[in-house]
Design a protein around this ligand. Sequence first.
Ligand code: PLP
Length: 405
Amino acid sequence: MIPFSPPRIDQKIIDEVTDALRSGWITTGPKTKLFEKKITEYTGCKATLCTSSATAGLTMMLKWFDVGEGDEVILPAYTYCATANVIVHCGAKPVFVDVNRADFNISVESIKNALTSKTKVVIPVDLAGFPCDYNEINNLVRHKDIIKLFSPDNERQEKLGRVIVLSDGAHSIGAEYFGKKTGSLTDTSVFSFHAVKNLTTSEGGAIALNLPEPFNNSDIYKYLNIMSLHGQTKDAFTKTQSGKWKYDVIEAGFKANMTDIMAAMGLVELERYNEDMLARRKFIFDRYSEAFENMSWAELPLYESEQKVSSFHVYLLRIRDITEEQRDMIIERIFDKGVSVNVHYQPVPMLTFYSEKGYNAEDYPVAYDSYKREITLPVYYDLTDEQIDIVINSVKVSVKEVTGK
Ligand SMILES: *Cc1c(COP(=O)(O)O)cnc(C)c1O
């Protein structure tokens, strides 16, 4: 069986993790701090806080902006449930909008139509690693009519004076937009280093801070760092130093820190990310696209354009003119041939918790149409050239078996 997305675990990773274990310091410490510095350098953002997950990072940013009851947060219907769940955790209302047909990303026109005086945040998701239309989104939240609509309820919201753009970059570390990397494109971006993501620390994530003047991103970093550790003014590492045992708690914080064991993996992964990981992923994407481009049934994903380069996270193939049932049958046939595939994603409004709240997939016709025809093909570092051919062949044969095309 060809697996869907195993992590790349080689001797280098094992050596670096072993080094963390042998160092005697296994929770947040020097490796995490170094990893943060490297992410800041790599993405071009202003400061980075590593976290235990992207979900924790998104939650902390929503809390930092004091998003809560009565507030609305705009997000795409086509995403992983975590993007929506964090909004619910804060007591705010998720406002789903539809996506673009071409690239699965949030439609700027739909954001415009959904903005109200209650909107505090927009969460664009760089789906599959392809950056959203950030010039348009950034201009929209800065438009004078949209600024007029904004009604701040606290000091931070007043200081920003507009809706904040909080990117869910769970898929997109390393992706580029007009030559700039994700992390440096919006007010804040959050990356995921979960086991199935491009760059993994097993679990883990990072908040890339990039807020405009008059915000001081290193002050926000210091504050969030404290908030990621119970709101305690000194971390466990600092407290080990002589005379430094006493601490205070400034707020009821979270427990959302990254450990040095996780950071050890991340340091190795980031070091070889562009040359090794992204290059291999692009190679696999190109092979799939070459293999399917002449098939009349294939709708290929967009992953490179004049302005944008993907991080090649997941290859989202759509089959033209099929029903959801046919798509499910094709997936079954592909599995029967020894290849694991997946679907990214079921639009969040159709999942039980959200549909019971009254959300309805029919309100997001493009998202639903993409979902029902979508099959995600395996892409990962260790996928061999032979396995790529097996995947391609299994897809072609299975589509033919089910649709006759
Ligand atoms: C994986 C994922 C998340 C959550 O990441 P965690 O690190 O597991 O919390 C959020 N958004 C999207 C789009 C994801 O794919």
